[in-house]
Design a binder for this molecule. Structure first.
Ligand SMILES: Nc1nc2c(c(=O)[nH]1)N[C@H]1C(S)=C(S)[C@@H](COP(=O)(O)OP(=O)(O)OC[C@H]3O[C@@H](n4cnc5c(=O)[nH]c(N)nc54)[C@H](O)[C@@H]3O)O[C@H]1N2
Ligand SMILES: Nc1nc2c(c(=O)[nH]1)N[C@H]1C(S)=C(S)[C@@H](COP(=O)(O)OP(=O)(O)OC[C@H]3O[C@@H](n4cnc5c(=O)[nH]c(N)nc54)[C@H](O)[C@@H]3O)O[C@H]1N2
Ligand SMILES: [Mo]
Length: 776
């Protein structure tokens, strides 16, 4: 299998590389943030949008899910460089009108990179493309909804799939899942399937909740914080301020990462004058440069050493009372961790016994430890086990329900956690379905639906007639780009509710609709009762209102809840028991339903209007209790497991550059890593480069291998980089052509985006364009 992604509008031959930065943020970040905004939207619109970001009664930043303070003072500017870029992307004045679609055929658009597509601006009117047509053209909203209703009714619910990306607000998500379940399917895959699903699977099965157990105050109060598999300098920049606060209070930070990420090393706080010009604070006290996939081995070694330390000084390391009163399984855990194979641990982690022992000493002495983690440990075959080992470590020392302690999976999309709370999940809880039946008088389907990878498989098997995408860019976010792109084209109808053009619009179904919608920063006031507010839930379970204030770029945009309600009416008919219109007219009606159905949302309409919103309950955090099937927190035992690529192969992890939001590229630089003007790069340790017989900057094709099958992606440049030995890195989504959809995390079904075995082949046709678009 062979594929060349479009790349002609980026001149990758102009790649420039400089040494990676050793600090993040500072004045440069502020300047870049403002430049981007002004270039896209002008001075007034930029200032108006940015000053409202993450403020009381303001707009929740569409960037990441890191929380704002609800107890301390908000800063005048509660945003970061990358939040500002996300806002600039959305409030751009550039527009994609029906004239744009008339000018550009699908064949033309198929040659454009995601960077080019996203840069064209906001979509202004609904458009359609029908079988045999070469261009999208305008369609009225009414006709569009009729078309959707007709097509859904013409098939069976199990052949319809409804994807959600994590920007969707709570009310929107609730209405969406209600529509889908009224229709009679749980085919509700979401971006979370590809993201933190492994965290949910590990946490639910051990501590009885799929969510984190800390607040922002805990981060500041912790004695010790592990930041594992995460690049906050780029993906959660405001987290750096909280980590600095922790350090200022005497805390210690340990970074576990195969790459020396700038933000983890040193941080210049752009919120303080010193931080704008000074040297910044060294953030990580310890940097453990782990091999990709080696974390499970590390955590088992730390567990072994904690038990050893407790044996040497009984009563000083473990929280015996806590273990005894509220946990289960300590005996089996003790037995499994009684011995340790240090040679194998070194092989798995790339770390020395001294390094691990030193950090275990810190852990043993700390009375309040937090583990933060993100995708570096969720996208590997043994991810769920790896995260369960974190829970083991936290349970050993009673690090739940006390200040400065707990589990902190750092979520990605700004409302990905809330979407789940609202029921966007292919495996809904029974109580949720019962509640829907009681509240709305519908018959909710029990059978589990497709998750994201099962959706890719269903596309490939021709099992999908209608695919609706609430935001996102499924074709590029998924593994196996070639397969998903070619099979999506065979689906009967694809419907994309989107703000901006993307690749999924181009590799569309036989008939395809693009429905343009309001973004977070747009005012939503075309309702009988006037302006509406929405709400989101951040990574620390705080639910807050969000409302945009900017004038939308076009009069034709509809709010997402309105689009869903009209889709439901067109599909389910006028005599359906649910009053869709009432909910779309006034979102308070949706919130009233939610308040009766979902625990923690009592009096939703009143509390969402409170200054700082409200915090959802968490048994481990609030009561040191675990609502599992046995009412206790569970120690678990997993075998040692790590990644062992076949001879001649290295392990590839795929990650984000500093200039992108998931599949959307803002630019083609990765400032902190010293990469300029290029995205088709492979970062590789100089010794691995030499061993494989390649030169720095050499142009290669990349071949990935899994279970006897291969995938190829052409024209990547090898760049010597201080990565862990044996581990290379490339950018998502360019590298998704190399991701096999069969390589998955067990239990969570999350793609192995950070676990692919690859090798390289030299290329010699440096300048020949288009020759490699060959057979697939
Ligand atoms: N600006 C910006 N912000 C974003 C996003 C964005 O694209 N742009 N995306 C949002 C979304 S949806 C998400 S989910 C988050 C993602 O946030 P991150 O998880 O920070 O995202 P990645 O860029 O995938 O970075 C993964 C990190 O894990 C490290 N890593 C890779 N493999 C391993 C491993 O085996 N072990 C360890 N210990 N580390 C490893 C990588 O070197 C890298 O530092 O960010 C959110 N915020
Ligand atoms: N190889 C590899 N693949 C990955 C990952 C990885 O680390 N490596 N990460 C995975 C992860 S963590 C995630 S979360 C997924 C991301 O997958 P998705 O969430 O599907 O992708 P995004 O790129 O965030 O979606 C961008 C599109 O959303 C639309 N959009 C933006 N704002 C709005 C809005 O307000 N409303 C609506 N309706 N549409 C909007 C725009 O049209 C834009 O083109 O990718 C996954 N894929
Ligand atoms: Mo994500």
């Amino acid at each position: 299998m062979r594929r060349s992604a479009p790349r002609k509008d980026i001149d990758e031959n102009d790649l420039k590389v400089s040494p990676p930065k050793t600090s993040a943020a500072g004045l440069e970040a502020v300047v870049i943030a403002l430049e981007r905004g002004v270039a896209q939207a002008g001075v007034t619109r930029t200032a108006k949008a940015l000053l409202r970001l993450n403020q009381v009664n303001g707009t929740d930043c569409p960037g990441c899910a890191w929380p704002e303070s609800i107890t301390g003072k908000r800063k005048t500017a509660e945003f970061c460089e990358n939040g500002a870029k996300a806002v600039a992307e959305e409030n751009t004045k550039r527009t994609v009108t029906p004239e744009f679609w008339a000018q550009h055929s699908i064949a033309d658009l198929a040659d454009k990179t995601e960077y080019w597509l996203g840069n064209q601006g906001r979509i202004t009117e609904p458009v359609v493309i029908r079988p045999g047509e070469t261009h999208y053209s305008a369609i009225s909203w009414t006709e569009a909804f009729d078309l959707i209703g007709e097509r859904i009714r013409a098939t069976t619910p199990d052949r319809c799939v409804f994807y959600t990306s994590g920007r969707t607000a709570n009310e929107t998500a609730f209405l969406y899942q209600l529509f889908v379940r009224s229709l009679g399917t749980n085919n509700l895959p979401d971006c979370s399937n590809m993201c933190h699903e492994s965290s949910g699977a590990a946490l639910n099965s051990t501590i009885g909740t799929g969510k984190g157990t800390v607040s922002l105050d805990d981060i500041e109060a912790a004695e010790l914080i592990f930041v594992v598999g995460q690049n906050p300098g780029t993906n959660h920049p405001r987290m750096l301020s909280a980590l600095k606060e922790c350090k200022d209070n005497g805390g210690t930070i340990v970074a576990v990462n195969p790459l020396p990420e700038a933000g983890l090393m040193r941080f210049k706080d752009p919120q303080t004058v010193g931080g704008l010009i000074g040297d910044g604070t060294a953030l990580a006290d310890h940097f453990m440069q782990i091999k990709v996939g080696g974390d499970l081995a590390l955590f088992q070694a730390l567990g072994h050493l904690l038990l050893e330390a407790e044996a040497a000084a009984p009563g000083t390391v473990l929280d015996a009372e806590f273990i005894d009163e509220v946990t289960d399984g300590i005996a089996a855990y003790r037995a499994a961790r009684a011995t340790l194979d240090w040679d194998e641990t070194a092989k798995a982690t790339g770390l020395t016994r001294e390094q691990i022992t030193e950090v275990a000493g810190l852990l043993a002495r700390s009375k309040a430890t937090i583990f933060c983690w993100a995708l570096g440990i969720t996208q590997q075959p043994h991810s769920v086990d790896t995260i369960r080992e974190i829970i083991n470590l936290l349970l050993l020392q009673g690090n739940f329900g006390k200040p400065g302690a707990g589990a902190c999976p750092v979520r990605g999309h700004s409302n990905v956690q809330g979407d789940r709370t609202m029921g966007v999940w292919e495996q809904p809880f029974g109580w949720m379905l019962d509640g829907l039946e009681k509240e709305f008088g519908i018959a909710a389907p029990v059978e589990h639906g497709y998750d994201s990878v099962q959706t890719v498989n269903a596309f490939a098997q021709g099992d999908i007639d209608v695919f609706v995408s609430m935001g996102g860019n499924f074709a590029l976010a998924s593994p196996d780009t070639e397969i998903i792109e070619s099979s999506m084209k065979r689906a009967g109808l694809t419907v994309h509710v989107s703000t901006k053009p993307n690749r999924s619009h181009v590799v569309h179904g036989q008939t395809s609709l693009i429905l343009p919608t309001l973004g977070r920063t747009d005012v939503d006031d075309k309702h009988p009762d006037g302006r509406q507010i929405l709400s989101v839930e951040d990574s620390m379970s705080v639910v807050r209102s969000t409302q945009g204030r900017l004038t939308p770029v076009s009069d034709h945009l509809l709010a997402e809840p309105v689009i869903i309600a009209r889709m439901a009416e067109a599909t389910l008919g006028a005599d359906h028991p649910i009053d869709w219109k009432a909910m779309a007219d006034n979102y308070d009606v949706i919130r009233d339903h939610i308040s009766r159905l979902i625990p923690g949302f009592e009096e939703f309409n009143r509390r969402v209007r409170e200054r700082n919103g409200f915090v959802l309950p968490s048994a481990p955090r609030d009561r040191r209790a675990f609502v599992t099937d046995i009412g206790r927190g569970k120690f678990t035992v997993s075998p040692l497991e790590y990644l062992t690529p076949p001879p001649g192969h290295l392990t590839l992890q795929t990650m984000r550059s500093h200039d992108q939001y998931n599949t959307t590229s803002y630019g083609v630089d990765d400032r902190y890593r010293g990469i300029k003007n290029g995205r088709r790069v492979i970062l590789i340790h100089p010794d691995d480069l030499a061993e494989a017989g390649f030169a720095d900057r050499q142009l290669v094709d990349v071949i990935s291998t899994f279970a006897g099958a291969e995938r190829r992606a052409d024209r990547f440049r090898l760049v010597a980089y201080p990565s862990a030995r044996g581990c290379v890195a490339a950018y998502f989504p360019e590298a998704n052509a190399l991701m096999h959809r069969e390589l998955l995390a067990r239990e969570s079904n999350t793609p192995g985006y950070k676990a692919m075995a690859v090798r390289f082949e030299a290329r010699h046709d440096d300048d020949v364009e288009g020759e490699d678009d060959g057979p697939t």
